[in-house]
Design a protein around this ligand. Structure first.
Ligand code: OMD
Ligand code: FE2
Length: 444
């Protein structure tokens, strides 16, 4: 597991050969009549063939057998995976979940796929517009089960590291790192303990680095800190074969195949999985006064066709200095046309003193009012504004979407983690209005 190698960079044209087979990549062409080592050539297209060069994404895989070698797919138990946004009536309330419970390995073995739970989402897979947020809760490696996921997703492990086998090679992804597996890529996940994390799945779009505008050429998530796996193959047949689980149009199907799907000896292209360590995020913020919008913390964005409007942004709240003068430093009260799902990887979140805990979540869907709890407001309104470390040792994040998200039945009724008392954190807020005083007063 140690000694995994990666290629640094974001969205670059890369080439990688498993060192056991030097020269496995054909030279000067993609489709020789016979490929080196008698491999099969297979293209994986992540964009329409005709996309402009700047957005065209594809990779060429040189593999022992093409991925078409499988028995037919058949529908399987859907577990808690759904893309039906009408399971329960819409709920306009602020929602918060206590840490999602991980099944105990001693009671039931659950792998990444059987431990997937859809929490909320919106849009339509078939027309390629929308997103879903899933929680994974598992305790067992996938073994000979492999997922073929027809949509791009961003994975945020919160507890337990993940060894992810992909057709492009292996990645070790630990809490405080994220990884992106793009549309159509096959993968299998080994876990080492009771494991939990969050998934942001987007339909029909890819994650990109945000534009930096006046920030300049550097900052936020720097491209060189993204890591791509290197080619690694296994030529393995297992008794009973491999099960390829296909998440197709929102439903799960399974098919058997004899050979390992991780049989890619070499690949080249710009369409790959990748990982990123959130510690490398170069934070930019207010150094004079006022609270800047959290878009300054955007790590990756999946843009919609409307300029500046994302299907989903992945935003983090990293450790940093708070130095703003004459300023209420925590997040402001607000209503946002965008929907905000938040999760916590470790530590605590600056706007919530109470029950927003690592492994839990909150959802403030479109135009739902929210902001600091009463405790946080009182403290921050009176605090002495010296430079202070904010969020040291903590990492909260937000999946922010232009779509108004619906919560699933599991999210609202059957997870048993929904915190019915969330609204109470704002109840102690009292009016500090002082109409008679000429000079505005602070809270007392
Ligand atoms: O709601 C939240 O806690 C997220 C958030 C943080 C912030 O600093 C400003 C706006 C915002 O929505
Ligand atoms: Fe917010």
């Amino acid at each position: 597991m140690c000694g995994l190698c990666y290629i640094p960079g974001f969205g670059n044209e890369c080439a990688s050969e498993d060192p056991r087979c030097p020269g496995a990549l054909p030279e000067g062409q993609n489709n020789p009549q016979v490929c080196p080592y008698n491999l099969y050539a297979e293209q994986l297209s992540g964009s329409a063939f005709t996309c402009p060069r700047s957005t065209n994404k594809r990779s060429w895989l040189y593999r022992i057998l093409p991925s078409v070698c499988h028995k037919p797919f058949e529908s399987i138990d859907q577990g808690h995976v759904t893309h039906n946004w009408d399971e329960v009536d819409p709920d306009p309330n602020q929602l918060r979940w206590k840490p999602f419970e991980i099944p105990k390995a001693s009671q039931k073995k659950v792998d990444f796929v059987s431990g997937l739970h859809t929490l909320c989402g919106a849009g339509d897979i078939r027309s390629n517009n929308g997103l879903a947020i899933h929680i994974f809760l598992c305790n067992t490696s996938m073994g000979n089960r492999v997922v073929h996921w027809a949509l791009s997703f961003l994975l945020v492990p919160q507890k337990g590291k993940l060894l992810i086998y992909t057709e492009f090679g292996k990645m070790l992804v630990q809490p405080n790192e994220i990884c992106v597996i793009q549309r159509g890529m096959r993968f299998s996940i080994d876990v080492f303990e009771e494991t939990r994390g969050y998934i942001l799945e987007v339909y029909g779009v890819h994650f990109e680095l945000p534009d930096l505008g006046p920030i300049g050429a550097n900052g936020l998530a720097n491209p060189r800190d993204f890591l791509i796996p290197v080619a690694w193959y296994e030529d393995r047949q297992v008794p009973g074969g491999y099960t390829v689980i296909n998440k197709y149009q929102g439903k799960l199907f399974a098919a058997k195949q004899n050979v390992s799907p991780f049989n890619v000896v070499a690949w080249h292209g710009n369409y790959t999985p990748y990982k990123y360590n959130l510690e490398n995020f170069m934070v930019i913020n207010s150094v004079a006064f006022d609270h800047a919008d959290p878009s300054i913390f955007t790590v990756l964005t999946a843009k919609s066709v409307r300029p500046g409007v994302a299907v989903a942004d992945f935003v983090i709240f990293p450790p940093r200095w708070g130095v703003a003068d004459k300023t209420f430093r925590p997040p402001y009260y607000h209503r946002n046309c965008m929907s905000e799902f938040m999760g916590l990887i470790k530590g605590h979140y600056e706007a919530k003193q109470g029950e927003f805990l690592p492994g839990g979540g909150s959802l403030h869907s479109s135009m739902t009012p929210h902001g600091p709890d009463a405790d946080c407001f009182e403290k921050a309104s009176k605090a002495k504004l010296a430079p202070e470390r904010i969020a040291d040792g903590t990492m909260a994040f937000m999946f922010e979407s232009s779509l108004s998200m619906a919560v699933t039945k599991w999210g609202l009724k059957s997870s048993s983690c929904l915190d019915e008392n969330y609204y109470k954190c704002w109840e102690p807020l009292k009016s500090h209005f002082t109409p008679d005083s000429r000079k505005p007063a602070g809270p007392n």
